[in-house]
Design a protein around this ligand. Sequence first.
Ligand code: ADP
Length: 477
Amino acid sequence: MPSERPTFDLVVAANRLPVDKVVTDDGEVEWRRSPGGLVTAMESVMRSQPGAWVGWAGDAGEAPDPFDEDGIHLHPVALSADEIRDYYEGFSNDTLWPIYHDVIVPATFHREWWAAYRAVNERFARAIAEVAAEGARVWVQDYQLQLVPMLVRQLRPDVRIGWFNHIPFPPVELFAQLPWRAQLLEGLLGADFLGFQRQADARNFVRACRQLLGAPTKRDRVTVEGTQRQVRAAAIPISVDFQGLEQLAKRPDVMARAREIRESLGNPKVLMLGVDRLDYTKGIRHRLKAYEELLSERRLGPPEVTLVQVATPSRERVEAYRMLRAEIEQTVGRINGDLGQIGAPAVHYLHHSYPREEMAALFQAADVMLVTPLRDGMNLVAKEYVTCRHDLGGALVLSEFTGAWHELHQAFACNPHDIEGLKQTILRAINTPAKDKQRIMKALRRRVADHDVQRWAARYLAALDAAPEQPRPDPRG
Ligand code: ADP
Protein backbone atom coordinates (compact mmCIF):
# COMPACT_ATOMS: atom_id res chain seq x y z
CA MET A 1 0.00 0.00 0.00
CA PRO A 2 1.57 3.35 -0.97
CA SER A 3 2.37 5.56 2.00
CA GLU A 4 0.36 8.76 2.49
CA ARG A 5 3.20 10.45 4.33
CA PRO A 6 5.03 13.36 2.72
CA THR A 7 8.71 12.86 1.97
CA PHE A 8 11.50 15.44 1.79
CA ASP A 9 14.71 16.09 -0.13
CA LEU A 10 16.48 17.33 3.00
CA VAL A 11 16.14 15.60 6.36
CA VAL A 12 17.85 16.89 9.49
CA ALA A 13 18.03 14.59 12.52
CA ALA A 14 19.03 15.84 15.96
CA ASN A 15 18.38 14.59 19.48
CA ARG A 16 15.91 17.47 20.02
CA LEU A 17 13.37 19.02 17.72
CA PRO A 18 13.93 22.76 17.28
CA VAL A 19 10.74 23.61 19.24
CA ASP A 20 9.68 23.63 22.90
CA LYS A 21 6.21 22.71 24.06
CA VAL A 22 4.39 25.51 25.87
CA VAL A 23 1.03 25.02 27.59
CA THR A 24 -0.86 28.34 27.52
CA ASP A 25 -3.05 29.67 30.39
CA ASP A 26 -6.17 28.22 28.77
CA GLY A 27 -4.55 24.80 28.54
CA GLU A 28 -3.75 24.91 24.80
CA VAL A 29 -0.52 23.26 23.61
CA GLU A 30 1.70 25.53 21.53
CA TRP A 31 5.13 24.95 20.05
CA ARG A 32 7.69 27.73 20.25
CA ARG A 33 10.84 27.75 18.21
CA SER A 34 13.80 27.22 20.48
CA PRO A 35 16.55 29.78 19.98
CA GLY A 36 19.82 28.47 18.62
CA GLY A 37 22.20 28.66 15.73
CA LEU A 38 21.34 25.28 14.24
CA VAL A 39 17.69 26.25 13.76
CA THR A 40 18.65 29.56 12.16
CA ALA A 41 21.12 27.82 9.87
CA MET A 42 18.53 25.25 8.83
CA GLU A 43 15.95 27.95 8.12
CA SER A 44 18.34 29.52 5.65
CA VAL A 45 18.75 26.16 3.93
CA MET A 46 15.14 25.06 4.12
CA ARG A 47 13.88 28.31 2.64
CA SER A 48 15.07 27.15 -0.77
CA GLN A 49 13.87 23.55 -0.39
CA PRO A 50 11.28 22.02 1.92
CA GLY A 51 12.83 19.96 4.68
CA ALA A 52 11.95 17.70 7.57
CA TRP A 53 13.46 17.59 11.06
CA VAL A 54 13.47 14.34 13.03
CA GLY A 55 13.98 14.63 16.81
CA TRP A 56 12.66 14.14 20.31
CA ALA A 57 9.95 16.60 21.41
CA GLY A 58 11.16 16.83 25.02
CA ASP A 59 8.58 14.82 27.03
CA ALA A 60 8.73 11.19 28.11
CA GLY A 61 6.27 8.79 26.51
CA GLU A 62 4.37 8.73 23.26
CA ALA A 63 5.47 11.13 20.52
CA PRO A 64 3.07 13.77 19.18
CA ASP A 65 1.94 13.33 15.54
CA PRO A 66 4.18 14.96 12.92
CA PHE A 67 3.34 18.63 12.30
CA ASP A 68 4.55 21.65 10.33
CA GLU A 69 6.01 24.72 12.02
CA ASP A 70 7.52 27.78 10.33
CA GLY A 71 7.90 25.91 7.05
CA ILE A 72 9.68 22.89 8.56
CA HIS A 73 8.07 19.45 8.78
CA LEU A 74 8.67 18.21 12.33
CA HIS A 75 8.71 14.47 12.90
CA PRO A 76 8.84 13.62 16.63
CA VAL A 77 10.59 10.48 17.90
CA ALA A 78 9.35 8.97 21.20
CA LEU A 79 11.62 8.40 24.22
CA SER A 80 10.41 6.56 27.31
CA ALA A 81 11.42 7.74 30.79
CA ASP A 82 13.86 4.81 30.99
CA GLU A 83 15.38 5.75 27.64
CA ILE A 84 15.83 9.36 28.72
CA ARG A 85 17.72 8.00 31.72
CA ASP A 86 19.80 5.38 29.85
CA TYR A 87 20.28 6.71 26.30
CA TYR A 88 20.38 10.45 27.05
CA GLU A 89 21.52 11.11 30.62
CA GLY A 90 23.44 7.85 30.78
CA PHE A 91 25.22 6.86 27.57
CA SER A 92 25.22 10.29 25.86
CA ASN A 93 26.03 12.49 28.84
CA ASP A 94 27.81 10.20 31.30
CA THR A 95 29.67 7.85 28.92
CA LEU A 96 30.36 9.69 25.65
CA TRP A 97 30.50 13.29 26.95
CA PRO A 98 33.39 12.68 29.40
CA ILE A 99 35.34 10.51 26.93
CA TYR A 100 34.94 13.15 24.20
CA HIS A 101 36.01 15.94 26.61
CA ASP A 102 39.40 14.65 27.77
CA VAL A 103 37.93 12.61 30.66
CA ILE A 104 37.81 15.72 32.86
CA VAL A 105 35.58 13.51 34.99
CA PRO A 106 35.69 9.70 34.66
CA ALA A 107 33.29 8.10 32.20
CA THR A 108 30.69 5.57 33.38
CA PHE A 109 30.13 2.40 31.36
CA HIS A 110 26.90 0.39 31.62
CA ARG A 111 25.81 -2.25 29.15
CA GLU A 112 22.11 -1.32 29.67
CA TRP A 113 22.90 2.26 28.66
CA TRP A 114 24.52 1.02 25.46
CA ALA A 115 21.48 -1.15 24.68
CA ALA A 116 19.21 1.88 25.10
CA TYR A 117 21.51 4.02 22.91
CA ARG A 118 21.33 1.42 20.16
CA ALA A 119 17.56 1.06 20.41
CA VAL A 120 17.00 4.84 20.25
CA ASN A 121 19.42 5.21 17.31
CA GLU A 122 17.47 2.47 15.49
CA ARG A 123 14.21 4.36 16.10
CA PHE A 124 15.71 7.58 14.70
CA ALA A 125 16.96 5.70 11.62
CA ARG A 126 13.50 4.26 10.94
CA ALA A 127 11.91 7.71 11.28
CA ILE A 128 14.46 9.20 8.87
CA ALA A 129 13.90 6.39 6.35
CA GLU A 130 10.17 7.18 6.47
CA VAL A 131 10.43 10.90 5.68
CA ALA A 132 13.40 10.91 3.26
CA ALA A 133 12.51 11.25 -0.43
CA GLU A 134 14.29 9.19 -3.07
CA GLY A 135 17.95 10.32 -3.21
CA ALA A 136 17.43 12.79 -0.32
CA ARG A 137 20.21 14.41 1.69
CA VAL A 138 20.14 13.28 5.32
CA TRP A 139 22.06 15.39 7.83
CA VAL A 140 22.53 13.76 11.23
CA GLN A 141 23.67 15.93 14.16
CA ASP A 142 25.93 15.15 17.05
CA TYR A 143 27.19 12.49 19.42
CA GLN A 144 23.80 11.16 20.52
CA LEU A 145 23.20 9.71 17.03
CA GLN A 146 26.47 8.10 15.97
CA LEU A 147 24.94 4.78 14.90
CA VAL A 148 22.31 6.47 12.73
CA PRO A 149 24.43 6.89 9.55
CA MET A 150 24.99 3.11 9.14
CA LEU A 151 21.45 2.24 10.21
CA VAL A 152 19.99 4.66 7.65
CA ARG A 153 22.29 3.32 4.94
CA GLN A 154 21.02 -0.22 5.61
CA LEU A 155 17.40 0.93 5.30
CA ARG A 156 17.89 3.45 2.48
CA PRO A 157 20.97 2.90 0.33
CA ASP A 158 19.68 5.55 -2.11
CA VAL A 159 20.15 8.58 0.20
CA ARG A 160 23.24 10.71 0.83
CA ILE A 161 24.20 10.79 4.49
CA GLY A 162 26.16 13.38 6.46
CA TRP A 163 26.93 13.67 10.17
CA PHE A 164 28.24 16.67 12.06
CA ASN A 165 29.90 16.45 15.47
CA HIS A 166 29.22 19.53 17.60
CA ILE A 167 31.64 18.40 20.32
CA PRO A 168 35.31 17.38 20.10
CA PHE A 169 36.33 13.96 18.76
CA PRO A 170 38.82 12.51 21.23
CA PRO A 171 42.35 11.23 20.64
CA VAL A 172 42.40 7.49 19.97
CA GLU A 173 44.02 6.80 23.37
CA LEU A 174 40.85 8.06 25.10
CA PHE A 175 38.34 6.81 22.52
CA ALA A 176 39.85 3.33 22.87
CA GLN A 177 38.47 3.10 26.43
CA LEU A 178 34.93 2.73 25.06
CA PRO A 179 33.84 -0.92 25.15
CA TRP A 180 31.69 -0.15 22.05
CA ARG A 181 34.37 1.74 20.12
CA ALA A 182 34.21 -0.44 17.00
CA GLN A 183 30.41 -0.21 16.76
CA LEU A 184 30.54 3.58 17.09
CA LEU A 185 33.15 3.93 14.34
CA GLU A 186 31.25 1.54 12.08
CA GLY A 187 28.06 3.50 12.76
CA LEU A 188 29.72 6.72 11.64
CA LEU A 189 31.26 5.08 8.57
CA GLY A 190 27.73 4.64 7.25
CA ALA A 191 27.93 8.33 6.26
CA ASP A 192 29.28 9.78 3.01
CA PHE A 193 30.73 12.80 4.77
CA LEU A 194 31.61 13.48 8.42
CA GLY A 195 32.00 17.07 9.62
CA PHE A 196 33.98 18.17 12.68
CA GLN A 197 34.71 21.46 14.46
CA ARG A 198 38.51 21.30 14.15
CA GLN A 199 40.93 19.55 11.83
CA ALA A 200 42.37 17.82 14.90
CA ASP A 201 38.95 16.23 15.53
CA ALA A 202 38.73 14.93 11.95
CA ARG A 203 42.28 13.58 12.23
CA ASN A 204 41.46 11.87 15.53
CA PHE A 205 38.55 10.12 13.84
CA VAL A 206 40.60 8.94 10.85
CA ARG A 207 43.34 7.68 13.17
CA ALA A 208 40.81 5.79 15.31
CA CYS A 209 39.50 4.03 12.17
CA ARG A 210 43.02 3.05 11.17
CA GLN A 211 44.20 1.88 14.59
CA LEU A 212 41.05 0.34 16.02
CA LEU A 213 39.37 -1.05 12.87
CA GLY A 214 42.46 -1.58 10.72
CA ALA A 215 40.69 0.43 7.99
CA PRO A 216 42.83 1.75 5.11
CA THR A 217 43.06 5.56 5.34
CA LYS A 218 44.55 8.21 3.10
CA ARG A 219 44.67 11.85 4.27
CA ASP A 220 41.03 12.72 5.08
CA ARG A 221 39.53 9.50 3.62
CA VAL A 222 38.68 6.17 5.22
CA THR A 223 37.88 3.14 3.05
CA VAL A 224 35.13 0.96 4.47
CA GLU A 225 36.17 -2.67 4.90
CA GLY A 226 35.00 -5.05 2.18
CA THR A 227 33.83 -2.21 -0.11
CA GLN A 228 35.24 0.43 -2.43
CA ARG A 229 33.34 3.01 -0.43
CA GLN A 230 35.26 5.99 0.91
CA VAL A 231 34.16 8.29 3.70
CA ARG A 232 35.60 11.80 4.01
CA ALA A 233 36.19 13.48 7.39
CA ALA A 234 36.88 17.22 7.45
CA ALA A 235 36.56 20.35 9.60
CA ILE A 236 33.68 22.76 8.98
CA PRO A 237 33.39 24.82 12.18
CA ILE A 238 29.91 25.95 13.24
CA SER A 239 29.09 29.60 13.87
CA VAL A 240 26.39 32.07 14.90
CA ASP A 241 23.75 34.08 13.02
CA PHE A 242 25.94 37.18 12.84
CA GLN A 243 23.46 39.48 11.11
CA GLY A 244 20.46 38.50 13.19
CA LEU A 245 22.31 38.77 16.49
CA GLU A 246 24.05 42.02 15.58
CA GLN A 247 20.70 43.52 14.64
CA LEU A 248 19.31 42.50 18.02
CA ALA A 249 22.32 44.00 19.80
CA LYS A 250 21.80 47.29 17.95
CA ARG A 251 18.21 47.66 19.15
CA PRO A 252 17.86 50.80 21.33
CA ASP A 253 16.04 48.86 24.09
CA VAL A 254 18.87 46.28 24.23
CA MET A 255 21.52 48.99 24.36
CA ALA A 256 19.58 50.82 27.08
CA ARG A 257 19.34 47.57 29.03
CA ALA A 258 23.15 47.17 28.80
CA ARG A 259 23.59 50.59 30.42
CA GLU A 260 20.99 49.73 33.03
CA ILE A 261 22.84 46.50 33.94
CA ARG A 262 26.06 48.46 34.53
CA GLU A 263 24.22 51.02 36.62
CA SER A 264 22.56 48.41 38.79
CA LEU A 265 26.00 46.90 39.43
CA GLY A 266 27.17 50.31 40.68
CA ASN A 267 28.89 51.35 37.42
CA PRO A 268 32.09 49.37 38.04
CA LYS A 269 35.24 50.38 36.19
CA VAL A 270 35.63 46.81 34.98
CA LEU A 271 32.72 44.42 34.53
CA MET A 272 33.80 40.85 33.85
CA LEU A 273 31.35 38.25 32.58
CA GLY A 274 31.16 34.46 32.36
CA VAL A 275 28.25 32.74 30.57
CA ASP A 276 28.23 28.96 30.57
CA ARG A 277 26.07 25.93 30.98
CA LEU A 278 26.98 24.63 34.42
CA ASP A 279 29.31 21.98 32.99
CA TYR A 280 32.68 20.70 34.24
CA THR A 281 34.13 21.25 30.77
CA LYS A 282 33.68 25.02 31.00
CA GLY A 283 36.52 25.76 33.42
CA ILE A 284 34.31 27.79 35.79
CA ARG A 285 36.30 26.60 38.82
CA HIS A 286 39.61 27.63 37.24
CA ARG A 287 38.17 31.04 36.35
CA LEU A 288 36.89 31.61 39.89
CA LYS A 289 40.23 30.53 41.36
CA ALA A 290 42.16 33.02 39.21
CA TYR A 291 39.67 35.76 40.08
CA GLU A 292 39.75 34.96 43.79
CA GLU A 293 43.56 35.13 43.83
CA LEU A 294 43.57 38.46 41.97
CA LEU A 295 41.20 39.83 44.60
CA SER A 296 43.00 38.44 47.62
CA GLU A 297 46.33 39.74 46.29
CA ARG A 298 44.57 43.13 45.95
CA ARG A 299 45.43 43.38 42.28
CA LEU A 300 41.69 43.72 41.62
CA GLY A 301 38.82 44.46 43.94
CA PRO A 302 35.19 45.46 44.25
CA PRO A 303 33.57 47.94 43.84
CA GLU A 304 35.86 48.96 40.91
CA VAL A 305 35.83 45.43 39.51
CA THR A 306 33.07 42.87 39.61
CA LEU A 307 32.28 39.53 37.99
CA VAL A 308 28.88 38.41 36.75
CA GLN A 309 28.78 34.63 36.34
CA VAL A 310 25.72 33.29 34.54
CA ALA A 311 25.60 29.52 35.01
CA THR A 312 22.75 27.93 33.10
CA PRO A 313 21.16 24.91 34.81
CA SER A 314 22.27 21.72 33.06
CA ARG A 315 21.91 17.90 33.33
CA GLU A 316 20.93 18.11 36.97
CA ARG A 317 20.13 14.41 37.22
CA VAL A 318 23.73 13.42 36.42
CA GLU A 319 25.81 13.10 39.61
CA ALA A 320 28.93 14.89 38.30
CA TYR A 321 26.78 17.95 37.51
CA ARG A 322 25.16 17.99 40.95
CA MET A 323 28.59 17.88 42.57
CA LEU A 324 29.92 20.63 40.32
CA ARG A 325 27.00 22.90 41.15
CA ALA A 326 27.51 22.43 44.88
CA GLU A 327 31.22 23.19 44.53
CA ILE A 328 30.75 26.31 42.38
CA GLU A 329 28.08 27.69 44.70
CA GLN A 330 30.26 27.08 47.74
CA THR A 331 33.20 28.82 46.05
CA VAL A 332 31.08 31.84 45.09
CA GLY A 333 29.81 32.03 48.67
CA ARG A 334 33.35 31.93 50.02
CA ILE A 335 34.65 34.59 47.60
CA ASN A 336 31.77 36.93 48.48
CA GLY A 337 32.12 36.23 52.18
CA ASP A 338 35.87 36.86 52.21
CA LEU A 339 36.27 39.54 49.58
CA GLY A 340 32.94 41.28 48.94
CA GLN A 341 31.70 44.50 50.48
CA ILE A 342 28.28 45.74 51.53
CA GLY A 343 26.51 46.70 48.32
CA ALA A 344 29.43 45.41 46.23
CA PRO A 345 29.67 41.62 46.05
CA ALA A 346 32.73 40.28 44.26
CA VAL A 347 30.71 37.77 42.22
CA HIS A 348 27.13 38.10 41.02
CA TYR A 349 26.09 34.50 40.47
CA LEU A 350 22.95 33.77 38.43
CA HIS A 351 21.64 30.24 37.91
CA HIS A 352 19.01 31.06 35.27
CA SER A 353 18.24 30.99 31.58
CA TYR A 354 17.62 34.38 29.96
CA PRO A 355 15.94 35.61 26.79
CA ARG A 356 18.20 36.46 23.86
CA GLU A 357 17.72 40.21 24.42
CA GLU A 358 19.05 39.97 27.96
CA MET A 359 22.05 37.91 26.83
CA ALA A 360 22.87 40.50 24.13
CA ALA A 361 22.61 43.30 26.74
CA LEU A 362 24.90 41.40 29.13
CA PHE A 363 27.48 40.90 26.37
CA GLN A 364 27.39 44.61 25.59
CA ALA A 365 27.73 45.56 29.23
CA ALA A 366 30.83 43.42 29.82
CA ASP A 367 34.35 44.88 29.54
CA VAL A 368 35.98 41.46 29.74
CA MET A 369 34.36 38.20 28.62
CA LEU A 370 35.89 35.15 30.28
CA VAL A 371 35.65 32.00 28.13
CA THR A 372 37.90 29.48 29.88
CA PRO A 373 36.81 25.90 29.03
CA LEU A 374 39.13 22.97 29.64
CA ARG A 375 37.70 21.47 26.44
CA ASP A 376 34.89 22.74 24.19
CA GLY A 377 33.93 21.67 20.66
CA MET A 378 33.34 25.28 19.60
CA ASN A 379 32.01 27.64 22.31
CA LEU A 380 29.38 29.79 20.68
CA VAL A 381 29.37 32.26 23.57
CA ALA A 382 32.75 33.58 22.37
CA LYS A 383 31.36 34.22 18.88
CA GLU A 384 28.15 35.73 20.26
CA TYR A 385 30.14 38.13 22.43
CA VAL A 386 32.13 39.58 19.53
CA THR A 387 28.99 39.69 17.36
CA CYS A 388 27.25 41.87 19.96
CA ARG A 389 30.21 44.29 20.25
CA HIS A 390 29.32 46.52 17.26
CA ASP A 391 30.72 49.37 19.40
CA LEU A 392 34.14 47.61 19.20
CA GLY A 393 34.26 47.72 23.02
CA GLY A 394 35.18 44.84 25.30
CA ALA A 395 37.89 42.18 25.37
CA LEU A 396 37.62 38.42 24.89
CA VAL A 397 39.72 36.09 27.08
CA LEU A 398 39.58 32.75 25.26
CA SER A 399 40.85 29.29 26.18
CA GLU A 400 43.12 27.54 23.69
CA PHE A 401 41.08 24.40 24.33
CA THR A 402 37.99 25.68 22.51
CA GLY A 403 37.22 25.21 18.82
CA ALA A 404 36.59 28.98 18.70
CA TRP A 405 40.22 29.72 19.52
CA HIS A 406 41.28 28.11 16.23
CA GLU A 407 39.39 30.87 14.41
CA LEU A 408 39.71 33.74 16.88
CA HIS A 409 43.48 33.88 17.29
CA GLN A 410 43.55 37.60 18.05
CA ALA A 411 41.65 37.09 21.32
CA PHE A 412 43.47 37.17 24.67
CA ALA A 413 44.43 33.49 24.66
CA CYS A 414 44.73 31.53 27.89
CA ASN A 415 45.49 28.06 29.21
CA PRO A 416 42.95 27.74 32.05
CA HIS A 417 45.05 25.09 33.80
CA ASP A 418 47.78 27.70 34.28
CA ILE A 419 46.19 29.82 37.00
CA GLU A 420 49.11 32.25 37.16
CA GLY A 421 49.00 32.67 33.36
CA LEU A 422 45.22 33.11 33.44
CA LYS A 423 45.58 35.88 36.02
CA GLN A 424 48.14 37.66 33.82
CA THR A 425 45.87 37.33 30.79
CA ILE A 426 42.90 38.79 32.69
CA LEU A 427 45.03 41.75 33.78
CA ARG A 428 46.28 42.22 30.23
CA ALA A 429 42.71 42.16 28.88
CA ILE A 430 41.82 44.89 31.40
CA ASN A 431 44.89 47.06 30.88
CA THR A 432 45.49 46.92 27.12
CA PRO A 433 44.80 50.41 25.70
CA ALA A 434 41.30 50.89 24.28
CA LYS A 435 42.63 51.62 20.79
CA ASP A 436 44.41 48.25 20.63
CA LYS A 437 41.40 46.42 21.99
CA GLN A 438 39.22 48.00 19.31
CA ARG A 439 41.60 46.80 16.62
CA ILE A 440 41.45 43.28 18.04
CA MET A 441 37.67 43.34 18.32
CA LYS A 442 37.38 44.49 14.71
CA ALA A 443 39.45 41.54 13.51
CA LEU A 444 37.44 39.07 15.62
CA ARG A 445 34.17 40.47 14.31
CA ARG A 446 35.32 40.28 10.72
CA ARG A 447 36.11 36.59 11.13
CA VAL A 448 32.66 35.77 12.56
CA ALA A 449 30.84 38.00 10.04
CA ASP A 450 32.57 36.21 7.15
CA HIS A 451 32.00 32.76 8.64
CA ASP A 452 28.45 32.89 9.98
CA VAL A 453 26.13 29.96 10.57
CA GLN A 454 24.41 30.33 7.20
CA ARG A 455 27.77 29.93 5.50
CA TRP A 456 28.52 26.94 7.73
CA ALA A 457 25.34 25.14 6.60
CA ALA A 458 25.96 25.96 2.94
CA ARG A 459 29.58 24.75 3.16
CA TYR A 460 28.51 21.57 4.94
CA LEU A 461 25.90 20.66 2.35
CA ALA A 462 28.30 21.45 -0.50
CA ALA A 463 30.86 19.10 1.09
CA LEU A 464 28.19 16.43 1.47
CA ASP A 465 27.23 16.74 -2.20
CA ALA A 466 30.88 16.59 -3.24
CA ALA A 467 31.72 13.61 -1.01
CA PRO A 468 33.28 10.65 -2.84
CA GLU A 469 30.69 9.12 -5.14
CA GLN A 470 30.23 5.42 -4.66
CA PRO A 471 28.70 2.49 -6.44
CA ARG A 472 24.97 2.62 -5.75
CA PRO A 473 22.40 -0.14 -6.08
CA ASP A 474 19.52 0.39 -8.48
CA PRO A 475 17.07 2.98 -7.18
CA ARG A 476 14.14 1.47 -5.29
CA GLY A 477 11.24 0.57 -7.54
P1 ADP B 1 27.25 24.52 25.00
O1 ADP B 1 26.63 24.16 23.67
O2 ADP B 1 28.25 23.55 25.51
O3 ADP B 1 26.24 24.88 26.05
P2 ADP B 1 28.03 27.02 23.67
O4 ADP B 1 28.78 28.20 24.22
O5 ADP B 1 28.53 26.53 22.36
O6 ADP B 1 28.09 25.88 24.78
O7 ADP B 1 26.50 27.37 23.49
C1 ADP B 1 25.73 27.80 24.57
C2 ADP B 1 24.51 28.57 24.05
O8 ADP B 1 23.58 28.74 25.12
C3 ADP B 1 24.86 29.96 23.55
O9 ADP B 1 24.05 30.25 22.44
C4 ADP B 1 24.51 30.86 24.74
O10 ADP B 1 24.14 32.18 24.39
C5 ADP B 1 23.33 30.13 25.34
N1 ADP B 1 23.24 30.36 26.78
C6 ADP B 1 24.16 30.06 27.72
N2 ADP B 1 23.74 30.40 28.94
C7 ADP B 1 22.51 30.94 28.78
C8 ADP B 1 21.54 31.48 29.69
N3 ADP B 1 21.75 31.53 31.01
N4 ADP B 1 20.38 31.93 29.17
C9 ADP B 1 20.17 31.87 27.84
N5 ADP B 1 21.03 31.37 26.95
C10 ADP B 1 22.19 30.91 27.41
